[in-house]
Design a protein around this ligand. Structure first.
Ligand SMILES: Cc1cc2nc3c(=O)[nH]c(=O)nc-3n(C[C@H](O)[C@H](O)[C@H](O)COP(=O)(O)OP(=O)(O)OC[C@H]3O[C@@H](n4cnc5c(N)ncnc54)[C@H](O)[C@@H]3O)c2cc1C
Length: 353
């Protein structure tokens, strides 16, 4: 991960060496100030993501609560380290080589959830979307049925504006509390301020925003009808999606006016394989790990699919899955892709290609 300092005039090698030095100091400072906090070093990411792919990150911290998360971020900032958040890791491709300059912070233990006096739901970032939907159903609140089968968290789902079957989290979110790490300040943003759009949000565009909690405003419904809808949607998911194999869900965003899966299928790519990565035979929109896939297998497969679909259909597919590290560039094979980048939480301005 890049240093917060963005000095000009130093070589990438010097920058990397300085970042690693800062990271070592930060790890020592975190251990000294927060001795009880789980802090895993050189942790293989294949253990923490749904693709089951990825080498070690230098550090993975798991704060107990929001207060220790804030304390952790303050120590990291003092040491010029920008953390990246990890939810359930269901939308990330980590590199096999690992990320020696990355400090990850997991929201695994931020799981408080309760009903507010006015009937809205408060949920911390680490609550799973499935638990959130069940909680809503138990309280006869309708509006999150679509989310019950999405395997991510409230934090990851909010930054991605996750959606399915015609629903998106933006339709249920009232407000979001986030920590903006460069300023070490908390902000509460209204739904409009979050700038939600298809699979994106202000948080995704900006970087540096750690989502701590979200308030969901739902409508009154009938418990059994809500449960029936959730069952129906989850059955559809089980029927159509390769849930028995590791993946990161839909590999590509839906291009305007098309369906990515249909384009990939029509291009004859269903079942196409690179190493252990395959375009799912069950659902062409999914790339699955059929055994021992490397991040390079997945990346090469994604690029082959993009190239073939572009050549045959003239449509540019953009990955939905977040590909790390951020300096992976999408292959440029058509005018529409100019200026396009895989998004990543980063302090630095997204440079145009
Ligand atoms: C089988 C399967 C089915 C899926 N189906 C769907 C679907 O129907 N619809 C859909 O939209 N997606 C789907 N997905 C993709 C994925 O579940 C969603 O994108 C989900 O919202 C990601 O949440 P996460 O907690 O796993 O985030 P992660 O993968 O852990 O992280 C994703 C991004 O969010 C950031 N992030 C995570 N938590 C925070 C936080 N608290 N604050 C700031 N940034 C944060 C990370 O840094 C990263 O950039 C599917 C995935 C799988 C494996």
């Amino acid at each position: 991960m890049d240093s917060i300092e963005n000095e000009k005039g130093i070589s990438p090698e010097e920058k990397s060496a300085r970042c690693r030095e800062n990271l070592e100091k930060a790890i020592a400072a975190v251990r000294a100030a927060l001795p009880g906090m789980t802090l895993l070093e050189n942790e293989p990411m294949r253990e923490h993501c749904s693709f089951r792919i990825g080498g070690p990150v230098r550090a993975l911290a798991v704060p107990e609560d929001v207060m220790s998360l804030a304390r952790l971020c303050s120590i990291l900032k003092d040491n010029h380290i920008a953390p990246m958040m990890l939810g359930n890791g269901t939308n990330i491709l980590f590199p096999d080589e690992g990320l020696a300059e990355l400090f990850l912070v997991s929201t695994e233990k931020l799981t408080k959830m309760f009903l507010l006096p006015d009937g809205a739901i408060y949920a911390e970032a680490g609550v799973s979307l499935s638990k959130l939907s069940i909680f809503a159903q138990q309280n006869s609140l309708s509006g999150l049925e679509f989310a019950s089968g999405i395997p991510g968290t409230v934090g990851g789902g909010t930054i991605m504006n996750a959606g399915a079957y015609g629903g998106e989290l933006k339709d249920a979110i009232e407000s979001v509390v986030c920590l903006y790490v460069p300023e070490q300040r908390l902000y509460e943003l209204s739904n409009e301020q979050c700038q939600f759009a298809y699979r994106t949000s202000l948080f995704k565009k900006m970087g540096g925003c750690l989502i701590l909690s979200v308030v969901f405003r739902l409508s009154a419904g009938e418990g059994e009808a809500i449960a029936a809808k959730m069952r129906e949607l989850n059955e559809r998911r089980r029927d159509k999606q390769p849930l028995d194999l590791p993946s990161a869900g839909s590999a590509f965003k839906r291009p305007e006016g098309y369906y990515a899966a249909a384009l990939i299928d029509e291009a004859g790519l269903k079942g196409f394989r690179v190493g252990g990565a395959q375009v799912s035979e069950k659902h062409a929109g999914f790339v699955v790990n059929v055994g021992g896939a490397t991040s390079h297998d997945v990346y090469d497969l994604l690029m082959h699919v993009r190239k073939t679909v572009y050549e045959q259909k003239g449509v540019v597919l953009e990955p939905e899955v977040i590909i790390l590290p951020p300096d992976y560039r999408l292959e440029d094979f058509g005018p529409a892709v100019k200026g396009n980048r895989v998004s990543f939480s980063n302090w630095e301005e997204e440079e145009e290609k």
